[in-house]
Design a binder for this molecule. Structure first.
Ligand SMILES: [Zn+2]
Length: 258
């Protein structure tokens, strides 16, 4: 699809997973392998090497008042009301924090007890199984909220890390969070200038082979989070209205009926 191999008018879709959660290896990979459905993983260095990202650290530690206060003081004091932050910390930080080198450090915790993210061995295993590997920035930062130098570290640093890990060129990049407000035109240019050939968002749309050849084209995706099979089908139907061959393949897989 990406290399302009989209076959005629037949509808196509691809499956990708952001962040490199361990559940992709544990749950999704066996199912997708069985169905012979290829997929891609967009990984972040800090998740792979330290089994944590700021987003999951907040989710896991939101009842630890001291930890939450430390992050508030660093990121949001004077910008967002503390009560509002505590009621929805990930959104507050995503929408209002500055994402600099210090932010990563202030959010770091000791290694989480549970294995949340795939490590280097897991990713190498999937890469050898033919899973396409892409980049998702080192620290899952909101790229529209980074200074240019930090954006560069996040984009090129993660690409270089993954290239060392897999010994191959990393050509694909997905923006963390991925909505329009989470990147800027300048950052899009930076991502392509770093050598990525295709870049992914979470804007919901369909597109044609011709679209994907346009300069600085951003691939849309349908973001799915803990949805029921029915809700997944609703999203897919809405996006690909009328393209039934795809649904026949997906429906038994997502509903677990076989
Ligand atoms: Zn992500």
């Amino acid at each position: 699809m990406i290399q302009n191999e989209m076959p005629g008018k037949r509808p196509c879709a691809s499956i990708s997973f952001d962040d490199g959660f361990y559940s992709v290896l544990k749950n999704a990979y066996p199912l997708l392998k069985k169905e012979k459905l290829p997929f891609a993983v967009f990984a972040s260095k800090t998740a792979v090497t330290l089994n944590q990202l700021w987003v999951s650290n907040i989710e896991l530690n939101k009842t630890d008042r001291k930890y939450m206060e430390k992050i508030y003081e660093y990121s949001l004091a004077g910008k967002v009301d503390f009560g509002h932050y505590i009621s929805d910390p990930v959104s507050s930080l995503r929408d209002h924090s500055v994402f600099d080198e210090g932010f990563r450090d202030v959010c770091l915790t000791g290694p989480p007890r549970e294995k949340l993210y795939m490590d280097e061995n897991d990713l190498n295993f999937l890469a050898e199984e033919g899973v396409l590997m892409g980049s998702h920035t080192c620290d899952h930062y909101v790229m529209s909220r980074c200074e240019q130098a930090e954006a560069e570290r996040q984009i090129s640093g993660n690409k270089a890390y993954l290239e060392r890990l897999f010994g191959t060129e990393i050509k694909h990049f997905a923006f963390p969070f991925g909505k329009k407000q989470h990147y800027t035109e300048d950052v899009v240019r930076q991502v392509f200038a770093a050598g990525h050939k295709s870049v992914y968002t979470t804007s919901i749309a369909n597109f044609t082979a011709g679209d994907s050849q346009r300069q600085n084209f951003l691939f849309p995706r349908i973001p799915l989070h803990n949805f029921t099979a029915d809700r997944i089908m609703l999203y897919i139907n809405r996006t690909f209205a009328g393209n039934m061959p795809l649904l026949k393949k997906l429906k038994p897989l997502v509903s677990g009926k076989r």
